[in-house]
Design a protein around this ligand. Structure first.
Ligand code: HEM
Length: 119
């Protein structure tokens, strides 16, 4: 089961990296849009996060539901914003910064809030 958790965490982090990379590559450009990296990254991070939660629930550790709940809501908002603006040729700087900030918040929650499971 721990191998599965590690593989899902690996995929989860690749999803985060793709989302973050898709944001970072256009941080300096005047025109911003939702690119393929952001779409695939947000989707992968979300689905792998759900699967990770399932594996943790199936395990024998206590799951930090408050932390997972916060991550789920933020992950859902990121996914909704990304999917809702996928076909737009350009997005506003405010929306771009919002998705960027929410992504950083979810990383912060993942790392600084005590572990998702009591090892
Ligand atoms: C864009 C959204 C997300 C980002 C950027 C993100 C980022 C991260 C990062 C960086 C970690 C590794 C933390 C560490 O190893 O210390 C992590 C772990 C985790 N994430 Fe996410 N996450 C996102 C969405 C989600 C969602 C939607 C869920 C669940 C519904 C979720 C559930 C988890 C769980 C359970 C772990 C811990 C796995 C473990 O310790 O075994 N994440 N996340």
């Amino acid at each position: 089961m721990d191998i599965l958790r590690q593989v899902l965490l690996f995929v989860h982090l690749l999803g985060f990296a793709a989302l973050f990379g898709g944001l970072l590559v256009q941080a300096r450009s005047a025109d911003k849009s939702v690119n393929g990296l952001m779409r695939d990254g947000a989707g992968t991070a979300f689905l792998a996060g759900l699967a990770l939660t399932g594996v943790l629930e199936a395990g024998d550790g206590d799951v930090n539901h408050a932390k997972i709940g916060v991550k789920l809501v933020i992950g859902l908002v990121i996914l909704a914003l990304v999917m809702a603006n996928l076909r737009k040729p350009k997005i506003s700087a405010g929306l771009f910064c919002g998705i960027f900030a929410l992504t950083l918040v979810n990383v912060g929650v993942a790392i600084f809030w005590s572990s998702a499971h009591a090892a």
